[in-house]
Design a protein around this ligand. Structure first.
Ligand code: C5P
Length: 269
């Protein structure tokens, strides 16, 4: 079984408040992009689920989201799976592009296909949400409006194919650290704009919908990100930080505006 795991960007990300579980309530618009990893899953004779990865920096121990996704699927299915998962990694890690979450969702999709959709869609969604807040989006991809932890999704009309540049400064932003850096004012509470308002904004002029409440907090913690966003401001091109950072995206294909920034050209998917 071979699968493609696309990355995502958040075109819009607002914090609505913090719930009792410690998670933040969000309103966000996810967009899949064609910057992707490839997954190969093979059934093997030896027992258990194992994993390898093209990038030696990624640990393939039981904490890896691919292995956690396969184990969760196995447990819901109710019988043992003997699998080897190989991950060809291209999506920058720790960059707010949802690479690990996308890999996990890709494992779930491939296993669901292999087992003739043995689990009902709601069970699959619940497994995905338990693996991480961004994982359910990658079961559907395209363009989606999300609330709650980011797991309650509604599809939005797909964006026309749009050229983007993903830029990564020399830092990665751990998601919990960015959320805990939020000031009381940044944390809300506030009400959601709603899917219709955001759809209209996106349709009228995509760039006018660009917003990320986490961006100031990430800039306070990571000077290379702050420097990149300042350089992008200078270019006048529409841009935004994705998720909890540190990757940023720009409309159109450009070169990195400052030194020590990596760039990837891609399209909305
Ligand atoms: O769900 P995920 O594994 O992506 O979350 C990582 C961490 O990010 C959480 O443990 C939490 O600290 C923070 N987070 C949050 N509110 C969200 C999503 C993530 O506070 N909606």
């Amino acid at each position: 079984m071979i699968g493609t795991a696309n990355a995502k960007i958040n075109i819009y990300l607002e914090i609505l408040g913090k719930d009792r579980s410690g998670f933040h309530q969000l309103e966000t618009v996810f967009q899949a992009i064609d910057l992707n990893d490839q997954l190969h899953i093979e059934e093997k004779l030896s027992p258990g689920i194992s994993m390898s990865c093209s990038d030696p920096q990624l640990s393939c121990d039981s904490d890896n989201l691919c292995l956690r996704a396969a184990a969760a699927y196995e447990s819901a299915l109710g019988h043992n799976l003997n699998l080897h998962i190989h991950l060809d990694k291209h999506i920058p890690m720790g960059g707010g592009l949802g690479g690990g979450s996308s890999n996990a969702a890709c494992v779930l999709r491939l296993l669901q296909e292999r087992h003739e959709h043995a689990l009902d869609p709601q069970t699959l969604h619940t497994i995905a949400a338990e693996l991480g807040s961004d994982v359910p989006f990658f079961l559907y991809e395209g363009t989606a409006w999300a609330t709650g932890r980011g797991t309650e999704l509604e599809p939005m009309p797909n964006l026309p194919r749009t050229a983007l540049t993903i830029l990564r400064p020399e830092c990665s932003c751990p998601t919990p650290r960015i959320f805990s850096e939020l000031t009381d004012k940044e944390r809300g509470p506030r009400t959601a704009l709603g899917k219709e308002v955001l759809s209209t904004r996106i349709n009228n002029n995509l760039a006018t919908s660009f917003f990320n409440r986490l961006s100031p907090a990430a800039c306070r913690l990571f000077p290379p990100l702050k420097e990149l966003l300042a350089a992008l401001e200078h270019t006048g091109l529409p841009h935004l930080m994705s998720g909890s950072g540190s990757c940023c995206f720009v409309l159109g294909h450009i070169e990195a505006p400052i030194a020590n920034v990596s760039a990837w050209h891609c399209y909305t998917a």
